[in-house]
Structures are given as structure tokens and as C-alpha cells.
Design a binder for this molecule. Structure first.
Ligand SMILES: [Mg+2]
Length: 281
């Protein structure tokens, strides 16, 4: 996709996120908006993947969403990438939907390979998938996304240690480094310290990207990360993002981590992100 096409899809995905969460008065818009550029770029231009979905995903790149609460952006990007009809976004969080508040596998939604929402588990699963690819002589990569607050879960650090210790060098783990979590700033809730130094101390190659909501910067850092795979070490990206990006009153605060906009707030947010040629679901 061209940069313009990616940007158009980002804007449409912002509208999807806002409308989905507003429609059911629940869900997580803040982190979803902060990762709209990343996921759009990843699925649009970076991963080799097939919308003809198979759970084992042989010979294609895989993505695992560990911070499952940002399901609105995940579902929007999957739908807009062709995994399922965009109209189905209309069922988000409704009874018996395939689009559960947190992704699950038993509804069979194409594109979802892991139940997530219980934080801290995604990296472990992804490492297993990456090792399976090695056993299968499958040279494709495994991508993951994690919240920064999620790094307070101990299992993440067990997984980081394991990946480096076992030379799992076909994985690229990205941290949504927005400095915020549901109860406040990460520095206030439980400081993460020097994340780059910590990941490096655990044996990872670490890229720090300050412009985590800039499509060109995201594409560049993902390309760099990809070039560093296959060299014996797992690769991490610290992606500095803005929670609530693209909606003025949702930025600069953790308040919209898990809260839906009112009718008036939705109108204001959509006015800031006009409908694109892709159309609303
Ligand atoms: Mg965060």
C-alpha cells in the first residue's frame, strides 16, 4: 500500500474504533487509537500473510496481540485487510459475537490465533510459534504487540529470558510504549525503569522508535528489525506512542484507556477524523 493508502486506512480505523466502543458503551479506545498506525502498517505493508486463514499459519508471518484489550484496533485492521466483512464490526461486544471484548479463538474469527486479555501471556505463546517455525524449516517471522503496563507481569520476563537463551531469532516483539496504563502513568503505578537496558540485559536486540505514530518511522523501524532477525538474538521494538492518538481530548491522559465516549464526544472525535473513501462499516 502507498503511504497515502495507509494513512487513509488509519483514519478509517480510528472511526471504526470510536464507533465500535461507543455503540456498546464499553471497550478500550485509548490504546487502540495509539496503535492504529502500527497495526495498519504491519498488516498493510510488512507481514507476508494470507486472509485465507489457517490456524497453523505455515509459511506466513504471524501476529500475536498480547494486550488483547485493544481488540477494537485489531478487529478493524483484520476486517479492513480482508479477513472478515467490515460489517461484522457492528457486532463488537454483542451477545454471541465473534468479536468478543477480548479476542478468543473458539468463535473462529479469522486472524485470531490466541485468546488474550489476561496480560503477560502473549510473548510465551509467540515464542512457541517461533520455535515451531524453526522445527518446520519455515523462514517466516512472528510479530507480537505488548502494552508497556503489561511488562509489570512477571511471565513476560520469563519469556524474554527464554527467547534469548534459546536463540529465538525469528521473533519481533513490539512494546506499545505510551507510558500509561489503566490506573495512571506507568511511572506512577510501577516504574518500568530503563526498558532498553533491561531488554538488552536479557539478551535482546532493542530498537527505540520515538515516533510511534508516524507511518514512515514505523515502516522504517520494522524494516530495520526484520534485517536484524536470523542473527541469533530476538528483536524488540520500543515504540513510543500516544494513547488516544488522533482525538484531541483523548490524548495526554490515561482516562480513555477503557472508557467509551458519549454521543457528543463521539461526534467531536469523528469530526476530527472525517469519513474516508473506504467508508464506515
Ligand atoms: Mg500503556
Amino acid at each position: 500500500m502507498t503511504l497515502q493508502e495507509l494513512q487513509t486506512q488509519v483514519q478509517q480505523t480510528r472511526r471504526d474504533i470510536l464507533r465500535m466502543v461507543h455503540a456498546v458503551n464499553s471497550g478500550h479506545p485509548g490504546g487502540s487509537l495509539g496503535c492504529a498506525e502500527f497495526l495498519t502498517a504491519l498488516y498493510g505493508n510488512v507481514m507476508t500473510h494470507s486472509t485465507d486463514f489457517s490456524m497453523d499459519g505455515k509459511n506466513e508471518d504471524l501476529f500475536f496481540l498480547s494486550n488483547g484489550h485493544i481488540s477494537p484496533v485489531f478487529y478493524s485492521v483484520l476486517a479492513r485487510s480482508g479477513y472478515f466483512p467490515v460489517e461484522e464490526l457492528n457486532t463488537f461486544r454483542k451477545l454471541n459475537t465473534r468479536l468478543q471484548g477480548h479476542p478468543t479463538t473458539h468463535e473462529g474469527l479469522p486472524g485470531v490465533r490466541i485468546a488474550s486479555g489476561s496480560l503477560g501471556q502473549g510473548l510465551s505463546v509467540a515464542i512457541g510459534a517461533a520455535l515451531a517455525k524453526k522445527l518446520n524449516n519455515d523462514d517466516k517471522l512472528v510479530y507480537t504487540l505488548h502494552g508497556d503496563g503489561e511488562l509489570q507481569e512477571g511471565q513476560v520476563w520469563e519469556a524474554l529470558m527464554f527467547a534469548a537463551g534459546k536463540n529465538v531469532d525469528n521473533i519481533i516483539a513490539t512494546v506499545d510504549y505510551n507510558g500509561r496504563q489503566i490506573d495512571g502513568d506507568t511511572d506512577h503505578v510501577l516504574p518500568l525503569g530503563d526498558l532498553k537496558a533491561k531488554f538488552e540485559a536479557f539478551g535482546w536486540v532493542v530498537l527505540d522508535e520515538p515516533k510511534g505514530n508516524d507511518l514512515e518511522a514505523i515502516l522504517a523501524v520494522l524494516a530495520q528489525a526484520k534485517s536484524l532477525t536470523g542473527q541469533g538474538k530476538p528483536v524488540a521494538i520500543l515504540l513510543h506512542t500516544e494513547m488516544g492518538n488522533g482525538v484531541d481530548f483523548m490524548m495526554g491522559t490515561h482516562a480513555w484507556h477503557g472508557k467509551a465516549p458519549s454521543d457528543d464526544q463521539l461526534a467531536s472525535a469523528l469530526e476530527q477524523n472525517p469519513v474516508t473513501e473506504l467508508g464506515d462499516y
